[in-house]
Design a protein around this ligand. Structure first.
Ligand code: SF4
Ligand code: SF4
Length: 288
């Protein structure tokens, strides 16, 4: 008689990584826009040549500043509106710094931990220098033709090198500390914590009976939260004000539970289910 292993419905790769995939698509779309818009002179200031472009047409530097200021204004309004309705969704889905910080965090865990040797630490430093340069180019490209950095005869050669080195140094600090930047230091993140925000959608534990306390959702939360409880907590660092709505916790739970043929315990809700104070303060689930 043929013996068959216990089977459960197969969870697809997309289902296990749904939010990770969607977020990376959103992040990369924004980064592509940041590259394409100045590259094709759709909007660009070129300090080195003392000119600017709007929709491919050369205009004066002063005229070119207007759409840049307009774009910064739109950016600020976007952050405010998104934060008001959905919390720090800007950080988790749009901000290129957030994307770079997530990549850094993966390499940081691999190369810069208590057990890392000198070669690994050096690799992390070099990798951070590389990503800092890329990040600096991403923004410098909006205000100058990057070729100015190799044209010694251009009057902007030295000033642009100084700007480039200053930006790279600043980004090095930001990227070196990985996701800690988003958790503690980022001014846009701090702003979103202290201004009014209403999370229409809240990630939380929706099915406590099937939670195995595997803590995969906790280990994979980039903001170092306990995703099962954080929506009940009002705190800048441990509570919902810190959540960037990335839903890594849900992807992690889908993966962990599908391996055990169990239903998913994490989900997104509009209304939080009632929970007692012991659960919110972190008592083990078995006691509830
Ligand atoms: S609680 Fe979930 S959605 Fe919020 S930051 Fe952590 S992993 Fe992302
Ligand atoms: S990943 Fe899912 S099952 Fe594991 S602790 Fe988190 S909510 Fe519970």
């Amino acid at each position: 008689m043929q013996v068959t292993a216990q089977s459960c419905p197969q969870t697809s790769f997309f289902e296990k990584n749904k939010f990770t995939i969607l977020r990376n698509v959103a992040y990369l779309f924004v980064i592509a826009l940041l590259v394409i818009v100045p590259m094709f002179n759709i909007v660009r200031i070129d300090i080195a040549r003392n000119e600017a472009f709007i929709l491919g047409k050369p205009v004066s530097l002063a005229e070119g500043l207007a759409p840049v200021i307009f774009a910064i204004g739109i950016f600020a309004i976007l952050v405010i509106v998104l934060n008001l309705l959905l919390g720090r969704v800007f950080c988790g889905w749009i901000c290129p710094g957030g994307w770079f910080a997530e990549i850094q965090e993966k390499f940081r865990k691999m190369w810069w931990n208590l057990k890392s040797n000198s070669a690994q630490r050096l690799s992390y430093i070099l990798f951070t220098v590389f990503t800092s340069i890329l990040f600096a180019f991403l923004f410098l490209n909006w205000i100058t033709d990057l070729r100015v950095l190799v044209y010694k005869t251009n009057p902007s050669f030295i000033p642009m090198w100084l700007v480039f080195l200053g930006m790279t140094g600043m980004f090095y600090f930001e990227l070196f500390i990985g996701k800690r930047w988003c958790r503690v230091f980022c001014p846009t993140g701090i702003y979103q914590k202290i201004t009014p925000c209403y999370h229409i959608y809240k990630p939380t534990l929706v099915n406590p009976d099937v939670c195995t306390d595997c803590r995969e959702c906790v280990k994979n939360c980039p903001m170092a939260l306990d995703p099962r409880r954080m929506a009940y907590i009002q705190d800048f660092y441990k509570g919902i004000a810190a959540c960037i709505e990335c839903y890594n916790c849900i992807d992690s739970c889908v993966k962990a539970q599908s391996e055990k043929c169990l239903p998913v315990a994490m989900g997104v809700v509009k209304e939080l289910p009632p929970r007692d104070q012991d659960f919110i303060s972190g008592k083990p689930l078995s006691k509830h």
